[in-house]
Design a protein around this ligand. Structure first.
Ligand code: GLV
Ligand code: MN
Ligand code: MN
Length: 405
């Protein structure tokens, strides 16, 4: 399959959304079901046996010649952020499908089986916590997650059941105990490094750790026209002061990034002093100790700001994922595959999270980044060059064939 067809498929998939006019595809939604059906059809056309696992992950499998040789896992996620681009996630799934199709066309079966995984949740948009699909496969999905509630009051368990998954059997999605060759994920870089170095692809060395929290500021609602300014306990003002403190803290620490991507004032009326404000927090650093220290400091800062304003602060940690190193042996093979195509090997860390983070608890992981225009991602302007995708397809194919040697 050509790189052009892979890019075309990413665009076709990007039309499957929960919202008109922009791409938003959350975990276990009807849009996700349609995406799974479309990609499942492409998997079947490439010769794979296709199923959806109890956690809603799409799984395509081709058997190897030697059942004792185990299974190589490839893939990425099929969920998206809100108002997403077309390539974050789907490129890795469709590159893997293209690889399987190419191997089949060549004949010469591999000793090991290949499974292409289209993970049901990596972004965590619907339930706040990320890697739901990949954690199920890694065997680290905790049953308590089933009780998480989305914005419409739907529990994760109910959403999964409606989706056709099996909340009581999520453990069945786990591949723990299986003989696995490893996991390799192709993904757009989502940053500017490869473009800056004029390289089509790069090999990932490590993935930064991340903490997500939900911070609730509770003050006192009141009449916007009558409550004097010095008598207010305005929760939105406390949140706003804290948001700027988050920015300042991240600017002060090299390579620390911290984001409040979601901010809501309640009850949310122009003429009501906000009685509550809810803020999300996302903090990342390659060094777990630096990230953890920053999170503690931001928590203390929220308390300090709240205390000064008569506003209570409740802090709920939603997720904490440590930094993950790529598997040295798999990564060396991936680098060798890049070199075999006559390209210099650029190694770079990932600031973004990936399903590979969850899969690293199951098996060795390796990642190949593909240059994306302007480093733009989590934005509808996300774009990749067909020629770069062609390089990635060649490298992935060489990597897989190399593993079989
Ligand atoms: C996923 O894209 C993440 O890094 O949040
Ligand atoms: Mn993403
Ligand atoms: Mn992604």
């Amino acid at each position: 399959m050509s790189a052009a067809e892979v890019v075309r498929r990413c665009s076709e998939l990007a039309a499957i959304s929960e919202e008109d006019g922009r791409l938003t595809r959350r975990f276990a939604t009807p849009a996700m079901a349609r995406a799974n059906a479309l990609v499942g059809g492409w998997m079947a056309a490439a010769g794979m046996a296709v199923r959806t696992d109890p956690a809603g992950n799409l799984v395509g499998r081709v058997e190897g010649a030697d059942p004792a040789a185990g299974t190589l896992l490839l893939g990425s996620h099929l969920d998206t952020v809100r108002d997403a681009g077309a390539f974050d996630g789907p490129l890795g799934v469709l590159a893997a499908v293209a690889c399987v199709e190419r191997l089949r066309t060549e004949g010469a079966p591999l000793p090991f089986a290949i499974e292409v995984l289209g993970f049901s949740d990596e972004e965590g948009l619907r339930y706040g916590t990320a890697y739901l699909g990949s954690r199920a496969v890694a065997g680290t999905f905790e049953p308590a997650l089933l009780d998480l509630v989305d914005d419409d009051g739907v529990t994760l368990g109910a959403a999964l059941r409606d989706f056709g998954g099996a909340p009581d059997e999520v453990g069945g999605a786990s591949r723990r105990g299986d003989r696995l060759v490893g996991y390799c994920e192709v993904h757009i870089e989502q940053g500017p490094v490869l473009e800056g170095r004029d390289m089509a692809v790069g090999v990932v060395s490590a993935i930064a750790g991340a903490t997500r929290a939900e911070v609730e500021f509770s003050g006192r609602a009141g009449h916007a026209g009558t409550v004097p300014m010095d008598a207010r306990h305005d929760a939105a003002c406390a949140a706003a002061e804290w948001v700027l403190a988050v920015e300042a803290a991240a600017r002060a620490e090299p390579a620390l990034v911290a984001t409040v991507g979601r901010l809501e004032a309640r009850p949310g009326a122009p003429n009501v002093v906000p009685g509550a404000a809810i803020a999300s927090l996302d903090v990342r650093h390659a060094d777990d100790a630096v990230r953890e220290a920053a999170v503690s400091a931001l928590r203390a800062e929220a308390q300090r700001i709240g205390a000064g304003r008569g506003v209570e602060v409740a802090w709920r940690e939603v997720m904490s994922a440590p930094a993950v190193a790529a598997d040295p042996a798999l990564t060396a093979r991936l680098a060798a595959a890049v070199a075999e195509h006559g390209l210099p090997v650029v190694t770079l860390p990932s600031g973004a999270g990936h399903d590979a983070v969850a899969l690293a608890e199951l098996t060795g992981v390796a990642m190949l980044f593909v240059r994306c225009a302007g480093g733009v991602s989590h934005h509808p302007d996300e774009s990749v060059d067909e020629a770069d995708v062609a390089v990635a397809l060649d490298v992935l194919h060489t990597f897989v064939r190399g593993l079989a040697r």
